[in-house]
Design a protein around this ligand. Structure first.
Ligand SMILES: Nc1nc2c(c(=O)[nH]1)N[C@H]1C(S)=C(S)[C@@H](COP(=O)(O)O)O[C@H]1N2
Ligand SMILES: [Mo]
Length: 257
């Protein structure tokens, strides 16, 4: 909304100056790497950078203050945009907290998914059991907080179908994930039950390649890339908050897009 007293500013890097103190503090705490471009600021805050108050609030969100607020705004049924398959990036773009050369491939034959917490049937699941369930395919945008994105096509079992099947208490607050590379991750239940949140086992019609999470990774359309754990080994349903890998480093837990 345009203010009568403050004419809409052209989107210029002046906005970066306006928020210098909080940007500096985020940089100091390692929450923003290096300098921050206007594009990255837009990406990070997800708002119109000509509105200083909105930018300030969004920047605060990165330092976790805004998590509760974002959660209240989250519409559990709103679908993220989807794209034609012709836009899918092949191969996808890799990221992890280490280099692609250091990925340790997971053996699909011995792999199992462990279940813990508020779940009736905690028997571990094997890969063929997932393949036997109805699959969902989605072409969505993956956005990394570092300031890049791509369109990808993932398919797998919707997490909400799986949670219901194992008798998870879907009134619980969190669904937590463990990964083979020691990358804990935590989702709010509303996101876990979102129609576009899947336990992905394939990319662009092929089984996931090792660097991209084989045999199973999470894909949700409503969260930044870091909230999409790869190489999942365990799922826990709980009311106890446990920060994930990046949350421990100070990123906002909600981190919606
Ligand atoms: N287990 C695990 N999952 C992870 C990460 C990681 O380091 N370990 N990095 C996250 C980040 S920051 C991003 S952007 C995406 C990258 O997924 P991609 O390599 O499939 O594009 O994976 C996320 N999931
Ligand atoms: Mo990321």
């Amino acid at each position: 909304m345009k203010s009568l007293f403050r004419p809409a500013q052209p989107t210029s890097p002046a906005v970066l100056d306006d928020h210098r103190p909080i940007i500096r503090s985020l940089q100091r705490r390692g929450l923003i790497r290096g300098g921050l471009s206007l594009g990255a600021l837009t990406m990070l805050t997800g708002c119109d950078v000509s509105r200083p108050a909105a930018v300030e609030a969004a920047l605060r969100g990165i330092s976790t203050f805004n998590d509760w607020f974002q959660q209240q705004l989250f519409n559990p049924n709103k679908l993220a945009p989807t794209y034609p398959a012709s836009m899918v990036l092949k191969p996808p773009r890799f990221n992890a907290y280490y280099d692609i050369m250091d990925v340790k491939p997971v053996d699909g034959d011995t792999w199992k998914l462990e279940l813990a917490g508020l779940i009736d049937d905690k028997t571990p699941w094997k890969l063929p059991q997932f393949a036997a369930l109805p699959q969902q395919d989605e072409v969505i945008r993956h956005i990394c907080i570092e300031g890049w994105d791509y369109i990808g096509q993932w398919s797998g079992v919707p997490l909400r179908d799986f949670l219901r099947r194992i008798g998870a208490d879907t009134r619980a607050k969190y669904v937590n994930f463990q990964s083979a590379d020691d990358y804990p991750s935590s989702l709010d239940m509303a996101t876990a039950l979102h129609p576009q949140t899947i336990l992905a086992t394939s990319y662009a019609g092929e089984p996931l390649a090792a660097p991209f999470g084989f045999p199973m990774r999470l894909r949700t359309s409503t969260k930044l890339g870091f909230k999409n754990p790869k190489w999942i080994t365990a799922i826990e349903v709980t009311n106890t908050y446990t920060p994930g890998y990046w949350e421990k480093a100070g990123f906002g837990w909600f981190s919606g897009i």
